[in-house]
Write a protein that binds this ligand. Structure first.
Ligand code: NZQ
Ligand code: ZN
Length: 385
C-alpha cells in the first residue's frame, strides 16, 4: 500500500425525509441560491420539500443547468451570485448540477477569467462560496468529493478541475428522490459508479486489502441492486444501496494508497464533449476496450475481480481475464447501456478527433502506468467499434 493522507469534510444526511435537515444546516441570516437543472425537481416534489425546509430563509433560484454543465450557463449564475450577494449555494440535482455549482462557487470568488479555473485544473482557486447539495441521481460521487467537470459548448471542451475549496459542506441523500429517474439515467448512474470503482481497482496489486475488499463490496452491491431498480424503480432498499455505493465509490476512500487508471474517463470525456453521448454511455464503450488492450498488464487484478464479483475461476489466467471482460460488458448491456461505438452511430472516423482533443488537453500519458499515449488510444478505440 502506498502512503496517503485522507480527509473528507462533507457531512452526509442519508435516508427518507432527510431534506428537512436543511433547516439545521442553513440559517435564516443566509442569502441562498438554489441551483438546479432542467426541471425534474419541480415535477417530482423535491423543490417543494427544499423550500419547505428553508421557509425562513431568503432564497433565490437559478435553473437550467444542463447535463454536462455548460461554462456559458454557469457564467450567468456567477453574475446572479454577485448581483444578489449570495453567501450560500444549494445544488439540488444530479452530478451536473452539483459540478456546475462547484464552478459557480469558485468562479464567484475568482478575480480573473474564470476559464483559468479549468485550465489550471483548480490550481488558481483560493476561495469559494460555501455549498451544500440535495442529490437526486446516484452516480458521480460529486456530493462527497472536490471535483467538478465542466463543458465549454463553444469549443467542445469537457474538462475537470478539483479544489478542496469546493468540497460540499453537507449533502442530503434521500433515496426516494431517485424514484423518478428515467431508466436510462438510473442505468447511467449504476454504470458510472461501477466504473469509478473499477478505475481504482483494476490496475496492479499493491496488497491494499481494505481498499480491495471495499471495491469488491461496492461492485457486488451495484451488480445485484442495479437490475432490481430497473425492474422496480420504487424499491427503497435497492435505491438506498445504490445511492450509498455510488457516493462511496468516489469519495476518496478507494484511491487511498492505491494506483488509479482513469484512462476510460479521460477518453470518455472527449467523446461526450465532441459527440454528446451520456457520461455513462462513454464509459460502457471505452472501459472494455481499455481492458482488452491492457489485458496482460491488468491480468492479476482482472483474475481477482473475476473470482470476487463473477465467481469465475476456471481456465487459464488469460481466459479468466477474457471472461471477466465479457461479464462486465454483459452487465452494462443488461442495464441497457450499449457497449460499442456503432450502437451510437459512431465509427472509426471519430478516432482522430478524440486523440486530437486529448493532445490539446495535455492528456497524453494515461493509465496507471502513464503509458497510454494518443497512439495507444487510437489503437484501443479500434476495439470499441
Ligand atoms: O436537469 P434535470 O431536469 O434535473 O434532469 C436530469 C438530467 O436530465 C435528470 N435527473 C436527475 N435527477 C432526476 C432526474 N430526472 C428525474 N428524476 C430525478 N430524480 O437526469 C439527467 C442527467 O443528470 P446529470 O446530473 O447530468 O447526471 P449525472 O449525475 O450522471 O452527472 C453527469 C455529470 O457528472 C460528471 C459527468 O462528466 C457529467 O458531466 N461527473 C462528475 C464527477 C465528479 N464530480 O466527481 C465524476 C464523474 O466521473 C463524472 O465525470
Ligand atoms: Zn464517472
Amino acid at each position: 500500500m502506498d502512503n496517503f493522507t485522507f480527509h473528507n469534510p462533507a457531512r452526509i444526511h442519508f435516508g427518507r425525509g432527510q431534506i428537512s435537515q436543511l433547516a439545521n444546516e442553513i440559517t435564516p441570516d443566509m442569502r441562498v441560491l438554489i441551483t438546479y437543472g432542467g426541471g425534474s425537481i419541480k415535477t417530482n416534489g423535491v423543490l417543494d420539500q427544499v423550500k419547505a425546509a428553508l421557509k425562513d430563509v431568503t432564497v433565490f433560484e437559478f435553473g437550467g443547468i444542463e447535463p454536462n454543465p455548460h461554462y456559458e450557463t454557469l457564467q450567468k449564475a456567477i453574475e446572479v451570485v454577485k448581483a444578489e450577494k449570495i453567501d450560500f449555494l444549494l445544488a439540488v440535482g444530479g452530478g451536473s448540477v452539483i459540478d456546475g455549482t462547484k464552478f459557480i462557487a469558485a468562479g464567484a470568488k475568482y478575480q480573473g477569467d474564470t476559464w483559468d479555473i479549468i485550465e489550471s485544473r483548480g490550481g488558481v482557486v483560493t476561495d469559494a462560496i460555501p455549498l451544500g447539495c440535495v442529490l437526486t441521481l446516484a452516480a458521480t460521487g460529486s456530493e462527497m468529493n472536490s471535483t467538478s467537470v465542466v463543458t465549454r459548448a463553444e469549443t467542445q471542451d469537457k474538462l475537470f478541475f478539483s479544489s478542496s475549496h469546493v468540497f460540499p459542506l453537507f449533502s442530503v441523500l434521500d433515496p426516494e428522490t431517485t424514484y423518478t429517474l428515467p431508466p436510462r439515467q438510473t442505468a447511467n448512474g449504476v454504470v458510472d459508479a461501477y466504473v469509478h470503482t473499477l478505475e481504482q481497482y483494476i490496475t496492479y496489486p499493491v496488497n491494499a486489502k481494505v481498499q480491495d475488499a471495499l471495491a469488491e463490496g461496492l461492485l457486488n452491491t451495484l451488480k445485484e441492486e442495479g437490475p432490481k431498480v430497473l425492474e422496480n424503480p420504487t424499491d427503497y432498499d435497492a435505491r438506498a444501496n445504490i445511492m450509498w455505493a455510488a457516493t462511496m465509490a468516489l469519495n476518496g476512500l478507494l484511491s487511498t494508497g492505491t494506483p488509479g487508471d482513469w484512462a476510460t474517463h479521460l477518453i470518455g470525456q472527449e467523446i461526450t464533449g465532441l459527440y454528446g453521448l451520456d457520461h455513462g454511455q462513454t464509459l460502457a464503450i471505452v472501459m472494455p476496450a481499455v481492458w482488452k488492450y491492457r489485458k496482460a498488464a491488468k491480468q492479476a487484478k482482472l483474475v481477482q475481480y473475476a473470482a470476487a464479483v463473477w465467481n469465475i475461476t476456471e481456465g487459464s489466467a488469460d481466459s479468466i481475464a477474457d471472461q471477466a471482460i465479457t461479464a462486465t460488458e454483459n452487465f452494462f448491456e443488461q442495464m441497457g447501456i450499449k457497449t460499442r461505438l456503432a450502437d451510437y452511430g459512431l465509427g472509426a472516423e471519430i478516432i482522430p478527433a478524440v486523440t486530437a482533443k486529448l493532445e490539446e488537453h495535455g492528456h497524453v500519458a494515461l493509465g496507471e502506468h502513464g503509458d497510454i499515449t494518443p497512439k495507444e488510444v487510437a489503437e484501443l478505440l479500434e476495439l470499441a467499434l
